[in-house]
Design a protein around this ligand. Structure first.
Ligand code: FES
Length: 103
């Protein structure tokens, strides 16, 4: 198990995406209704970086071909993606946001 620290929860704005590299992958977080959600920063259609896309409420839109995902559960909301987005557990300890990656 690994932890990625994303800093203080107060520094993460609603409707913004913050991405960090983790090995060969990138992991992103976003705040929606005061909760933090973490997901793999790669579209399941063709690996486009989702942090370059747009986010509205809990829906992120891929910048390349427009697939949409619900960041709260990874579900696909619009094609051409078919596979759900990987999502990760988030822990907040002393206001510090940590994403847990199971090995
Ligand atoms: S790479 Fe995201 S929709 Fe094609």
């Amino acid at each position: 198990m690994s932890e990625i620290i994303f800093g203080n929860i107060s520094e993460i704005e609603e409707s913004k995406v913050i991405s960090k590299r983790f090995g060969r992958n990138k992991i992103a977080v976003s705040k929606y209704k005061n909760n933090i959600y973490a997901f793999k920063d790669a579209c399941t259609h063709d690996n486009a970086p989702l942090d370059q896309g747009t986010i509205e409420d809990c829906v992120i839109t891929c910048p390349r071909h427009g697939a949409k995902f619900d960041i709260t559960n990874g579900n696909v909301l619009a094609p051409p993606a078919i596979l759900p987005l990987a999502i990760y557990k988030v822990i907040i300890e002393n206001d510090i946001v940590k994403v847990i990656i199971e090995d």
